[in-house]
Design a protein around this ligand. Structure first.
Ligand code: FMN
Length: 359
C-alpha cells in the first residue's frame, strides 16, 4: 500500500507534492529593518522537499512585532527579501506560505529596535514573560485598547501584508490565530474584556478575526489563505477552558469563506477529540500538528482525520525530513541552545542523511 504521507494533495489553490508540511517556527535571524536574509533563503530551500513550508511568524506591521529579530512584510526591502526565499524554495520544487503573526500584547519593547505602540483588544498586559534581546525573560508592555473604529484599518493591514506576500512570490498566507497572539487575544475571554460589538459573547469575539480573514481572502483569493488555531492552549495567558464554545462558531464562520486550509495544533485535550470537532464543523482541508511521528501522522491520514500533517521540531535538524521518512532512517536531534541564536550554527549546518549540506 502506498504511504499516505507521499500522495499529492491540493489545499485551496496550492498543490502539494506530498502531505508533509513544515510547521511555522520563529528562529530570530532576520536582518536589519526586519528584512529576511540570504541565510534564511538557504534554510528554507534546504527544507523544500516538504510538500509545503509554513514560514516563521511574520509581522504585518511594525506594531505587530513582539520578539527579537522576527521578519516583517510591510516594506519594499522586506518584500524583496521574501522574494529570495520564495524563489529559492520554488527552485527546489517546494511550496511556501507565509505565516502572518501580529503579537498584539505579547511584546517586549526592547525586542523591536524601533518605537511603535502596543495594541490589544483590552488594556491588560500579557501575564507571561517572554524572552528579551539576550533571551532573558522580560515583562510584556501594557497595551492600548483598540477602538472599534480602527479595526477595519487594522484588518486592511493584514490584507496588505497578504498582497505583499503574493507580490514576493509566496504561494499563500496563513493567519496565526493561535498561541495567544492578537487574533487569539480577541477570541479568548481572558484577554478580550470589551463590552462593544467585538467582546463578550462568542459571536462578538469572533467578529474581528473574521474581519481579518475576510479582508485577506478578498485581497488574494480565499484559496491562498489558511489559518492556524490551538484550541485549549493556555500559552501567553489564554483561558484554556471550554475551547468548543469558541472554536466551533469560529471555524463554522470561517468555513463559509472557502479557505485553503485549517491548521490545528492539537494539544491532546482530555475529553475532547479536537480533530473530530473541527471535521464536523469545517469542510475544507485540515493540517494536523503536534508531537507527530511518521507512524502517527500516517495513521491520521489513513483514518481520514486530516488531509496533511505538519512537523515542527523534526525539521530543525532534519532538512531532508521527507526523504528520511521515506527511507525509514533515524532522525537527527536538534541543538535547542541554538534555536534563536547562532546565525548559521544550529540553523543551516544540519546535514542531510547522505551527509551533504545544501548551499
Ligand atoms: C523554535 C520554535 C518556534 C516556533 N515558532 C512558531 C511560530 O512562529 N508560529 C507558530 O504558529 N508556531 C510556532 N511554533 C510551534 C510549532 O509550529 C509547532 O506547533 C510545535 O513545534 C509542535 O509541533 P512538533 O511537535 O512537530 O514540533 C514554534 C515551535 C518551535 C519549536
Amino acid at each position: 500500500m502506498q504511504d499516505p504521507l507521499f500522495t499529492p494533495v491540493t489545499l485551496g489553490e496550492i498543490a502539494l507534492a506530498n502531505r508533509i508540511v513544515m510547521a511555522p517556527m520563529t528562529r530570530d535571524r532576520a536582518g536589519p529593518d526586519d528584512v529576511p536574509t540570504a541565510l534564511m533563503a538557504q534554510y528554507y530551500a534546504q527544507r523544500a522537499s516538504a510538500g509545503l513550508i509554513v514560514t516563521e511568524g511574520v509581522q504585518p506591521s511594525a506594531v505587530g512585532k513582539g520578539y527579537w529579530r522576527t521578519p516583517g512584510i510591510w516594506s519594499a526591502e522586506q518584500v524583496e527579501g521574501w522574494r529570495t526565499v520564495a524563489d529559492a524554495v520554488h527552485a527546489r520544487g517546494g511550496k511556501v506560505v507565509m505565516q502572518l503573526m501580529h503579537c498584539g500584547r505579547v511584546v517586549v519593547s526592547a525586542n523591536r529596535g524601533y518605537e511603535a505602540e502596543v495594541i490589544a483588544p483590552s488594556a491588560f498586559a500579557c501575564p507571561v514573560q517572554v524572552p528579551g534581546p539576550d533571551g532573558t525573560p522580560m515583562d510584556c508592555a501594557t497595551p492600548r485598547a483598540l477602538s472599534a473604529d480602527e479595526l477595519p484599518g487594522l484588518a486592511e493591514e493584514f490584507a496588505q501584508a497578504a498582497r505583499n506576500a503574493i507580490e514576493a512570490g509566496l504561494d499563500g498566507v496563513e493567519l496565526h490565530c493561535a498561541s495567544g497572539y492578537l487574533i487569539n487575544q480577541f477570541l479568548n475571554p481572558a484577554s478580550n474584556l470589551r463590552n462593544d460589538d467585538f467582546g463578550g459573547p462568542v459571536e462578538n469575539r469572533i467578529r474581528f478575526p473574521m474581519m481579518v480573514l475576510e479582508a485577506m481572502a478578498g485581497a488574494i483569493g480565499p484559496g491562498r489563505v489558511g489559518f492556524r488555531i490551538s484550541p485549549g492552549n493556555p500559552y501567553n495567558g489564554m483561558d484554556p477552558t471550554d475551547p468548543e464554545a469558541t472554536f466551533v462558531p469560529f471555524v463554522k464562520a470561517a468555513d463559509r469563506l472557502d479557505l485553503a486550509y485549517l491548521h490545528v495544533v492539537d494539544i491532546g485535550l482530555e475529553g475532547l477529540d479536537t480533530l473530530a470537532m473541527l471535521r464536523a464543523n469545517f469542510n475544507g482541508p485540515i493540517i494536523a500538528n503536534n508531537n507527530l511521528k511518521a507512524e502517527s501522522a500516517a495513521a491520521l491520514l489513513d483514518a481520514g482525520r486530516a488531509e496533511a500533517v505538519s512537523f515542527g521540531r523534526a525539521f530543525i535538524a532534519n532538512p531532508d525530513l521527507a526523504e528520511r521518512i521515506a527511507a525509514g532512517v533515524p532522525l537527527a536531534r536538534p541543538d535547542y541552545t541554538l534555536l534563536y541564536t547562532g546565525e548559521e550554527r544550529g540553523y543551516t549546518d544540519y546535514p542531510t542523511f547522505t551527509g551533504s549540506i545544501a548551499a
